[in-house]
Design a protein around this ligand. Structure first.
Ligand code: SAH
Length: 376
């Protein structure tokens, strides 16, 4: 049932340095308000310029300096010199039958990433969720995930994370109501840039997202969960649990060798939750692997004491591994058993799967073909 590679899976140390992204490190879009304020002061300009520039970048989502029409051209030139605006080029948009849209981007160094805009099926709630990427490829190597097949490319900088939101906002004609770090990459492996992106997205001079509308999803990097919980304010936490025993989890998620279930669930227990908030547990259902009645009975016991909600994600296929999605009946039975144990549990219907935009299907395939070096 398991792909043969799973047998030899090791939890190798995660890559610490990314291929050079020096331009990205100076990106104007990655500067926090106080950094912009310091730059403006050093340039001898009046303080209000910092807010003005930040509003253009993060409120209006502009992507050229010329668009800052009320900022003097000499100041724009100085900015361009010290902090160029790193481009994120929108390469393609695909629309699925269910209205989900996948945005493909090319980074300044020719890498491919994707974001997914998911309108709510319930028109009354009018929710618009944007799923964003935090890395080019991914180093975590989960056996059931298409992004893993790319290997690790590099971390995205905070500006590149924010730019996905602003491009999607322009495309949709409105700001997404919710942002989820559930696209390509492991956000907690790229903690510093993700934390900076959260601060930029939350700032009232810019898009002003409430931290309640932001969710960071992790494959289970325990120290990263603690660091995320220490952010003031902390966003929502989602954990890709995907198994109820260390034996199975290790086989489908090698990261479990480093941080096994007990350590992961302790971290979830420590995560600060203000009133009414819960930790989301994602559970990819793989037929014959993690979908048994015994799994359904173990899960509530594992989650005991954690304000939790479980999202069951029937496996979305892609070319390669030998997994199968369980039957509709098995999925319902699994959900029912959890319900009986008083777990809040939802089945995530695949969104945008006809354009490979559903959970775990992001692999920037078209662009990667043009750029074989993206494979690690
Ligand atoms: N690396 C982070 C962010 C990615 S979130 C994390 O693992 O949480 C992507 C979600 O899709 C994860 O919950 C993952 O378990 C799930 N997923 C991955 N591949 C999938 C597939 N083929 N079908 C369904 N869900 C999948």
């Amino acid at each position: 049932m398991y792909p043969s590679a799973a047998v030899t899976a090791t939890a190798a140390p995660l890559p610490t340095s990314a291929p050079s992204a020096t331009l990205a490190a100076r990106d104007l879009r990655a500067l926090l308000p106080d950094e912009l304020t310091s730059w403006v002061a050093a340039a001898g300009a009046p303080g209000y310029r910092a807010e003005q520039i930040f509003r253009w970048l993060h409120g209006h989502g502009i992507d050229t300096l010329e668009a800052m029409t009320n900022v003097p051209s000499t100041m724009r030139e100085a900015l361009e010199h010290d902090h160029p605006l790193v481009p994120l080029t929108q390469a393609a948009v695909q629309t699925a039958r269910d209205g989900t849209r996948k945005l493909a981007f090319r980074t300044h160094d020719g890498r491919a990433i994707e974001s997914v805009l998911i309108p709510d099926e319930d028109a009354v709630r009018n929710k618009l969720t944007l799923c964003i990427s935090s890395q080019v490829g991914c180093a975590i190597d989960c056996r059931f995930c298409a992004t893993a097949t790319l290997g690790f490319g590099r971390h995205l900088c905070a500006g590149e994370i924010g730019a996905q939101v602003y491009r999607a906002t322009a495309l949709a004609g409105r700001r997404p109501t919710n942002l989820v770090f559930m696209g390509m990459g492991e956000p907690l492996h790229n903690f510093d840039n993700v934390a900076r992106a959260l601060a930029l997205l939350e700032h009232p001079w810019g898009a002003g997202f409430s931290p309640r509308r932001l969710t960071v999803s992790t494959a289970g990097l325990v120290p990263g969960i603690d660091k995320l919980g220490a952010l003031k304010p902390a966003p929502n936490l989602a954990i890709s649990l995907n198994a109820t025993t260390d034996e199975i989890r290790e086989r489908i998620m090698p990261i479990n060798k480093k941080w096994p279930l007990a350590a992961l669930l302790d971290a979830a227990r420590r995560f600060p939750l203000s009133h009414g908030r819960r930790v989301t547990f994602e559970y990819v259902l793989l037929a014959g692997v993690n979908d048994s009645d015994a799994d359904a009975d173990r899960l509530p016991r594992l989650l005991r004491g954690i304000p939790a909600k479980v999202n069951l994600i029937p496996w979305n296929p892609f070319q390669g591994p030998d997994f199968k999605r369980p039957s509709a009946e098995r999925i319902r039975t699994f959900q029912e058993r959890l319900r009986k144990a008083e777990v809040s549990v939802y089945i995530r219907s695949p969104r945008g799967d006809d354009i490979d935009a559903a959970c775990g299907q992001l692999a920037a395939r078209e662009l990667v073909q043009l750029q074989p070096s993206a494979r690690a």
